[in-house]
Design a protein around this ligand. Structure first.
Ligand code: UTP
Length: 289
């Protein structure tokens, strides 16, 4: 089977300031939920969608991400010698043989839009996925797989969206709808983090996108916006003037693991469903309620 999207961009160069002190010298994306770092959940999600070329936009303190997806000869050798085949399988499965990883540095954290633009030389002139690893998304099929399927039909940029309480619009990019048909909404506009009184609705963008390469031209022309950063949202608003962009209400659950509360919620939910420790953890939680 061939898929329409071959490349995924993972912008991981942000400062992770909401998760200080943990993120002072370590990558937010390497924080583990139960036993797997956030970035690995995102990479597995893209892989499940048929994507094989993973492009990481990295920054200072993110070197451990490169090591995570590299071969760990010493570790593998030790595990092999000790006959620990199950653990060896886990270590090797992180980077399957048919997966290619590329890295590009974002020299300064100038915003998500700027980070995506840094990936242009590696993406080239084709549609690509963007996954923000601090949004941990759980769905079957994976949220990115759902979006790739939509892209195959629409051949247009697609943003993953969810309904949020009106009071929370100032945390998200919010889209304005033209027409909704089932899970798909034809959108007419998008604004970054509007106050509830200014929000055009409550459909909020989650950290998954499929973007046509035309976005790069828009990013190059996008001035600094909210927070002095080059916002992906602003470039999408410009792209909308030239081509259709859709919002897709995904089937699944999102955990905002860039925030401490979301991270704790993900840990409890995924912990309860973990094949090794889930039953015991659930029993322990119940005993405390
Ligand atoms: P966030 O704003 O959620 O992440 O950016 P952050 O900047 O790391 O965290 P806080 O707000 O300071 O706590 C969304 C995504 O965009 C990436 C981040 O790594 C995150 O995955 N990003 C953001 C970049 O790669 N570069 C940037 O300049 C900004």
């Amino acid at each position: 089977m061939t898929f329409a999207i071959h490349k995924a961009v993972f912008p991981i160069a942000g400062l992770g300031s909401r998760f200080l002190p943990a993120t002072k010298a370590s990558a937010k994306e390497m924080l583990p939920v139960v036993d797997k770092p956030l970035i690995q959940y995102a990479v597995e999600e893209a892989y499940e969608a048929g994507i094989r070329h993973m492009i990481f936009v990295t920054g200072r303190t993110k070197r451990s991400v490169e090591d995570h997806f590299d071969t760990a000869y010493e570790l593998e050798n030790e595990l092999e010698q000790a006959g620990k085949t199950e653990l060896l399988k886990i270590a090797r499965s992180i980077a399957p043989d048919d997966m290619v990883c590329s890295y590009v540095r974002q020299p300064r954290a100038l915003g998500l839009g700027h980070a995506v633009l840094c990936a242009e030389p590696l993406v080239g002139n084709e549609a690509f996925a963007v996954l923000l690893a601090d949004d941990l998304m759980v769905g079957k099929p994976s949220i990115t797989a759902q979006m790739v399927k939509q892209y195959e039909e629409l051949q247009a940029s697609i943003l993953a969206v969810q309904d949020v309480p009106l009071a929370h619009t100032n945390r998200y990019g919010i889209v304005s709808a033209v027409h909704t048909n089932g899970d798909l909404t034809d959108i007419s506009g998008i604004v970054e983090k509007p106050a509830p009184k200014d929000a055009p609705g409550t459909l909020a963008v989650a950290g998954r996108y499929i973007l046509n390469p035309g976005i790069f031209q828009e990013l190059k022309n996008t001035p600094k916006g909210a927070g002095g950063e080059i916002q992906l949202t602003d470039a999408i608003a410009q792209l909308l003037k030239k081509e259709k962009v859709f919002a897709y209400r995904y089937q699944g659950t999102r955990y905002d693991c860039g925030s401490k509360l979301g991270f704790l919620q993900a840990t409890v939910d995924l912990g309860e469903h973990h094949p090794q420790v889930g039953a015991e953890f659930t029993a322990w939680l119940s005993s405390r309620r």
